[in-house]
Design a protein around this ligand. Structure first.
Ligand code: EPU
Length: 307
């Protein structure tokens, strides 16, 4: 038999690692190393799901039937940085915090604003991950992707439609991000390091970073009407603040609990199941709806269930 192209190994009944640490298994899991191997995965299941760092993901207790693909090996885990031009090329599976450390060290500015966000590069691009200091799309020059038919494509920044916590990528039927190009600006490495420390310190004091969670569970809503005592129509308000004002901090269902520190963090404790987190999300959403008349939208990706 000719073995020009290696066959990508498929694991069965594999755990899906997420920061929540709850949820079911993948019937099939693959770690392709090249575009060819990713193409093989697409032939097996065109509806495959891409697993990033699992930092913003809740998997239902029943797991998922689709092939799960982790782009954390081979070409997808490579990065190259051109310190002179500020161009950075990173595979979809590159760890964002590691990339930030590297660009900061080399005196390239921008990504330090994303400090403390746990993500793969692909995951950060898909959801335009960010916070008060910046969002991923601000630094993206182009994105390399593959269609579900196995065709490689490159999208320029203006074709990506970045908005708050959203991009044109995103469901498990659309384009698969294989890598991203960032355009960064030359800066003093020492200043970047200080900024990175500040960004991370802000998160540490306001968020329960040591607990098992997916960061913010809901998106910050834009108010359609004035909310007296909160903000005026048209402003984006902190979902965490609304959850807090609705009296949900500390609320517990099964092993899942709303953080005492930040209302938008739902944390998984001992014995927690994905169904506990889902129930808690529904309860929080309905309390906020009852108090403020607005419906929070999930920010966390949910596999195998709908909220
Ligand atoms: N606040 C409360 N109670 C709370 C939480 C917040 O009163 O329980 C108040 C704070 O005191 C502050 C305001 O709400 O005055 C805003 O809070 P914060 O700075 O924590 O920002 P946020 O809007 O709640 C956003 C992002 C976070 C990001 C932080 C910091 C979303 C949904 N959340 O939170 O992103 O880390 O800014 O940059 O956009 C994530 O995406 O997973 C995430 C955690």
């Amino acid at each position: 038999m000719s073995t020009m192209t290696a066959t990508v190994p498929i694991e069965s009944d594999a755990p899906i690692p997420t920061w929540f640490g709850v949820g079911g298994k993948a019937k099939r899991l693959a770690h392709p190393r090249t575009l060819d191997e990713l193409r093989q995965c697409l032939e097996l299941d065109p509806k495959l799901r891409i697993l990033g760092d699992g930092a913003n993901l809740l998997v239902a207790d029943g797991g998922v039937d689709e092939l799960v693909v982790a782009l954390d090996q081979g070409d997808f885990a490579q990065m190259s940085v051109d310190a002179a031009t500020g161009m950075v090329l990173a595979g979809a599976g590159v760890n964002l915090p590691k990339l930030i450390l590297e660009t900061t060290r080399l005196g390239l500015g921008g990504l330090e604003n994303l400090g403390g966000i746990p993500a793969s590069v692909g995951g950060a691009v898909i959801m335009n991950a960010g916070g008060q200091f910046g969002q991923t799309g601000d630094y993206v020059h182009a994105v390399h992707a593959m269609t579900r038919a196995g065709e490689p494509v490159t999208l320029k920044r203006n074709q990506i439609e970045f908005t708050y916590r959203h991009s044109r990528f995103g469901d498990h039927k659309g384009l698969i991000i294989t890598g991203a190009q960032f355009k960064l600006k030359r800066a003093e490495s020492e200043q970047l390091r200080t900024k990175l420390k500040d960004v991370m310190a802000y998160k540490k004091t306001t968020q329960p970073m040591a607990e098992r969670s997916a960061g913010c569970a809901f998106k910050n809503p834009i108010l359609r009407d004035d909310l007296p005592g909160v903000a005026v129509a048209g402003s984006k308000v902190s979902a965490g603040m609304l959850i807090d004002k609705a009296g949900c901090k500390g609320l517990k269902i099964g092993g899942a609990q709303v953080s005492d520190r930040h209302g938008n963090f739902l944390c998984a404790g001992q014995g927690c199941r994905a169904s506990d987190v889902l129930k808690l999300m529904r309860e929080v959403r309905s309390r906020v709806q009852a108090k403020f008349g607005l419906m929070l939208e999930p920010e966390v990706a949910i596999w195998g269930e709908t909220l």
